[in-house]
Design a protein around this ligand. Sequence first.
Ligand SMILES: [Zn+2]
Length: 202
Amino acid sequence: MVNLIPSPDQIMQILKRTGAYREGHFVYPSGKHTPHYFQMPLAFRYYDTARVLAVALSRKFRVDRDTSSQLPKVAVISPSSGGIPVAFGVREALNAEQIYWAEREEGKRMFRQYVNQGEINPCIIVDDIIRTGSAIEETVGLVKELGAQVIGCGTIVRFKTAPESIDGVEVKSLVDFESHLYDPSEDCKDCKEGVPEEHVRF
Ligand SMILES: [Zn+2]
C-alpha cells in the first residue's frame, strides 16, 4: 500500500542494502568506538531509495495537523549538507514553498548570506540522522534569530540518546536506533577480540 509509512525494520533493510548502515569496529573522531555506523548519503545516492525515505518522512508531517495546516507556506530546512537531499524530498512530497540549508563555516553553523529577517516561512527542520541533536538545536537558534517559527522537526534515523523533542517540538523519526559507544580500552568487545579498527570522519 502506497500510503503506509514503512516500518523501522523496512527502513533498516533499505539502509543495510544501500550500505548506509554498516556493522564493524568503528572509531569516531572523538575516540569513541562503536560496532555500527551510519553513512546516510549512501542511501540517498539512489534516487528511488531517496524518494522512498523522504516520502515516508513527509507522511509523518502530513498527518500532523498543526504542521500540514500551514502548507504550502512552509520552509523545509536542513542543518547540514547531509540533510539537503532529505529536505528536497520532503519539500517535494509536501509541496512546501521554501528550502534552506545551513553549513558550518569556521566552526559556526550559518545560512548563506542575504537571507533576511522575516523571509523564512514557518519551518520544518529535517536531517538524515540525529546523533546528539546539537545540529538541530543550533539550526533552531538560527531560524529564530531570523524571526521564523519552528513547527516541525524530523529525521530518517534518531539515536535513542538524542532528545525526543527540541524546543518543545517533537522529533519525528523513521527509525529510533539504540546506539552503543565505548571507550576503547574499557568496554569495546571488538578491541578485546582484536578486530581491526576503521576510522570514520563524522
Ligand atoms: Zn574498539
